[in-house]
Ligand binder design. Structure first.
Ligand SMILES: Cc1ncc(COP(=O)(O)O)c(C=O)c1O
Length: 405
């Protein structure tokens, strides 16, 4: 077992592909919003595994759903369906605009399915010319070659050979730029209603309405990537519910399994009909273990108590960050919605979000970056108020250290 092997961070560099640069500590245990490393050091978790652990670590309802299913049935693949998948799909359909669900294992895979479906829908209805996908600068949709190319940072898709074609990027929240490139050749507009990785940038309500209006005018589909914003994160079950528009396709992952890998693509029956038998698939998509956990997540998160609690906790974060900023003057603004919060560094600290993150870890706090200028928080949706208060104290100490240089 791991104890006998004396596993260390140094071994990462010897046995792992070097595409990640994990922190120096190795967490071994978590409970609620607290995590402990190999040495027994305790951290407060404001990162939530990048907006994944929506109910913290080892939530009893999720642990018991996983244990129960683990003793019943693990895997069948999609040559057979299974009860947990049917139950979760029914819950998602009942709770949203959607009539059909496709399960995958990661955000990128759900988005890959959404993009393929949009292309196929356009091909079937209008012919091969209608293939343009419009996406936005700084957007992040995953790391498969199609999704990373639709994402708005060319640096992530450069260097892997010829890219998928007919993808156009325009600035986010820029209606005129969107109007300038959309045409009857557009098959889909893909966006995050609130950009996450790109820097916690809220979609402007007028912009979102324009997306819907222009898509309708040109018979294009609107794909909402809610991989980061979905499952309660913004205080709504899905972020679209807090906007004036409804997408045609919505993708969910991250929090949907609360830490167990699962993703879903939601859409209408009319659109779904174009993913005919054999057009797309996944060995693990809709796996019983994953769906059993997803069901437990939905049961807990999709309640007034939890969703209202997100809005209340957002205010605690905003008040706490405002107080820290009044003392140290490091942020120009605090963006985001619900418990997806971005503290934007002011000019003096521009480009230094990593310094704040590293200083936070040293103070016993796990936080996130969203680019070089934004410190991001995406804690558990049910994080105890005492943990918010203690985490903010630790963050204040980290800020003080960065400010002191
Ligand atoms: C909005 C959005 N879409 C897609 C993804 C990719 O999800 P995954 O890493 O599960 O493939 C992410 C991950 O950060 C994301 O934030």
């Amino acid at each position: 077992m791991s104890v006998e092997m004396n596993l260390t961070r140094a071994q990462f560099d010897e046995v792992m592909v070097p595409n990640y640069a994990p922190a120096a500590v190795i967490p071994v245990r978590g409970a609620g919003s607290r995590v402990w490393d190999q040495e027994g050091n305790e951290f407060i978790d404001f990162a939530g595994g990048i907006a994944v652990n929506c109910l913290g670590h080892c939530h009893p309802a999720l642990v018991s759903a996983l244990k129960e299913q683990g003793e019943k049935l693990w895997h069948l693949s999609n040559v057979m369906t299974n009860e947990p998948a049917l139950e979760l799909a029914t819950k998602l359909v009942n709770a949203t605009f959607a009539e059909r669900v496709y399960f995958a294992n990661s955000g990128a895979e759900a988005n890959e399915a959404a993009l393929k479906l949009a292309r196929r829908y356009a091909l079937d209805n209008h012919g091969a010319d209608k293939d343009q996908i419009i996406a936005f600068d700084k957007a992040f949709h995953g790391r498969t070659f199609f999704t990373v190319t639709v994402g708005g940072q060319a640096a992530y898709s450069d260097g892997f050979g010829p890219k998928p074609q007919s993808i156009t990027h325009v600035p986010f929240n820029d209606i005129a730029a969107l109007e300038a490139v959309i045409s009857d050749k557009t098959c889909a507009i893909m966006l995050e209603p609130l950009q996450g990785e790109g820097g916690i940038i809220n979609g402007d309500p007028e912009f979102l309405k324009a997306v819907r209006r222009l898509a309708d005018k040109h018979d294009a589909l609107v794909i909402f990537d809610e991989v980061q914003t979905g499952v309660g994160r913004t205080g709504e079950l899905f972020a679209y519910m807090g906007t004036d528009i409804v997408p045609d396709i919505l993708t969910s992952a991250k929090a949907l399994g609360g830490g167990f890998p699962i993703a879903a693509m939601l859409t209408s029956a009319k659109i779904a009909a174009h993913l005919k038998i054999g057009t797309h698939g996944s060995t693990y998509g809709g796996n019983p273990l994953a769906c059993a956990v997803g069901n437990a997540v939905m049961d807990v998160v999709n309640t007034k108590e939890v969703l209202d609690g997100v809005k209340h906790r957002e205010q605690l974060f905003r008040d706490g960050l405002a107080a820290i900023n009044a003392k140290y003057n490091v942020f120009s603004e605090v963006r985001g919605k619900g418990l997806l919060i971005g503290a934007v560094l002011n000019e003096q600290y521009e480009g230094r979000s990593r310094d704040f993150l590293v200083a936070s870890v040293a103070e016993g706090l796990m936080s996130l970056m969203a680019g070089a200028n934004v410190v991001r928080f995406a804690p558990s949706l049910v994080i105890p108020e005492a943990d918010i208060a203690e985490g903010l104290l630790r963050f204040e100490r980290a800020v003080a250290k960065v400010v002191a240089g």
